[in-house]
Design a protein around this ligand. Structure first.
Ligand code: ZN
Length: 207
């Protein structure tokens, strides 16, 4: 694992049912946006402050992979990735709606402090094995999202090739790989947990 976090890439609309629930078309190529590295904080059970007075904050639970070396063309996911985690791509949904309408950049809706909390890292099981396990998001003990890498529109290989080619992808970079259906609002006091199979990898309480 690399303790260092460099660039934070995120994939939008990478699961059909989630694109549909927000009324978005399924993209023809990966939709990539960035978050500041300051958005990344540990999901270690502590309280997590969310922006106040800016409308609804939505949780988006996601598989997060980390590049363990610098990408070069032809490299496979298994060669690039040694560890993964789960994380939230927190989103100011009302702000995002205005931004989409105006054609403004997504930073205000997606890049705020604490907007990319990350669980502990686990060993990457390998690209073929990844879809053997579902990940789930629990809010106050109830399952809200269930996702599986097998349902991604763009595979991890496609995503790393795309990011590597267009933007560069190096040791320590994180990729949030998109969220399945079931996103929803968080309120003060909510407890959010991220599970990989039956194992809870991280939790937080919203403040
Ligand atoms: Zn997302």
């Amino acid at each position: 694992m690399s303790a260092l976090v460099n660039n934070v890439f995120c994939v939008g609309r990478n699961y059909r049912l989630h694109a549909a629930e927000l009324g978005n078309a399924v993209p023809e190529e990966p939709l990539i946006f960035l978050k500041p590295s300051h958005a990344v904080v540990p999901l270690d059970g502590s309280r997590l402050a969310m922006p106040k007075g800016r409308g609804t904050v939505h949780f988006e639970g996601e598989i997060v992979i980390q590049a363990s070396r610098d990408y070069t063309p032809g490299m496979t996911v298994d060669e690039l990735v040694e560890v993964m985690a789960l994380g939230f791509d927190f989103t100011l949904r009302d702000v995002q709606s205005v931004i989409k309408e105006k054609g403004h950049p997504w930073t205000a809706a997606k890049g705020f402090k604490n907007s990319a909390p990350l669980t502990a890292y686990i060993t990457f099981p390998g690209n073929d094995q990844l879809s053997q396990t579902d990940f789930t998001v629990l809010k106050n003990g109830k399952e809200k999202q269930r996702g599986n890498a097998g349902d991604m529109i763009f595979s991890l290989q496609h995503i790393i090739d795309y990011i590597g080619h267009h933007y560069g992808l190096g040791n320590g970079d994180l990729i949030f790989t998109g969220t399945p259906a079931g996103v929803g609002p968080v309120d003060r006091g909510d407890v959010l947990e991220l599970f990989w199979g039956k194992e809870c990898l991280g939790r937080c309480q919203i403040e």
